[in-house]
Design a protein around this ligand. Structure first.
Ligand SMILES: NC(=O)c1ccc[n+]([C@@H]2O[C@H](COP(=O)([O-])OP(=O)(O)OC[C@H]3O[C@@H](n4cnc5c(N)ncnc54)[C@H](O)[C@@H]3O)[C@@H](O)[C@H]2O)c1
Length: 161
């Protein structure tokens, strides 16, 4: 096993599938203790069962500030510290302005934008004493208009760290 991250504790949001799952696998394979957070409990628990020790699943809706506080506390309780936060959870919204719904746009902004704001705040608090890294993952659709995913464009603000 490559032990590059043997001293690290990572939290990967939306880590139960897709890009997040691959990030989880990579960090875990390199020795990290990995907290996987996601709204998909079944997929998260399956992944933890597959990875075995050093993996921990936490149910988490990244758009909820309350949920973030619980998750960070859980990580600190389980692994003692937090060194790497990967803000990965995100959704796409397909469609156009003529047929779109404000409620869907709100949800998109909460999951893709507010979550990163709250995550960075909570992550900085947890890492302030010993340092760490926060990685924010975004789609190209957040800054480059893509025909099918126009409403996704404003969803990751460039000023976010
Ligand atoms: N797939 C791509 O080609 C691609 C390319 C560039 C960037 N990205 C970015 O990578 C990230 C992940 O995308 P993906 O393609 O793996 O998506 P995905 O849909 O495969 O996985 C997203 C994960 O996030 C979880 N999730 C959704 N809403 C959540 C919430 N409110 N709280 C917690 N977890 C939630 C889902 O359950 C799922 O496990 C996104 O930020 C996306 O913009 C993806």
């Amino acid at each position: 096993m490559n032990s590059r991250f043997a001293k690290h504790v990572a939290l990967v949001t939306g880590g139960a599938s897709g890009v997040g799952l691959e990030v989880v696998r990579l960090l875990h394979a390199q020795g990290a203790r990995v907290a996987i957070s996601d709204i998909n409990v079944d997929a998260g628990m399956r992944l933890v069962a597959e990875l075995g020790e050093r993996a921990h699943f936490i149910h988490h809706d990244v758009s909820s500030e309350e949920s973030w506080q619980t998750v960070i506390s859980d990580v600190l309780k389980t692994f003692g510290e937090l060194n790497v936060l990967v803000n990965n959870a995100g959704i796409l919204l397909a469609g156009d302005i003529e047929n779109g719904k404000v409620a869907d746009l709100r949800k998109l902004l909460q999951v893709n934008t507010e979550s990163v704001f709250i995550g960075c705040q909570q992550g900085i608090l947890a890492m302030k004493e010993h340092g760490g890294s926060i990685i924010n993952i975004a789609s190209l659709a957040s800054w480059m208009p893509m025909d099918k995913f126009r409403p996704t464009v404003p969803a990751r603000l460039p000023w976010l760290p």
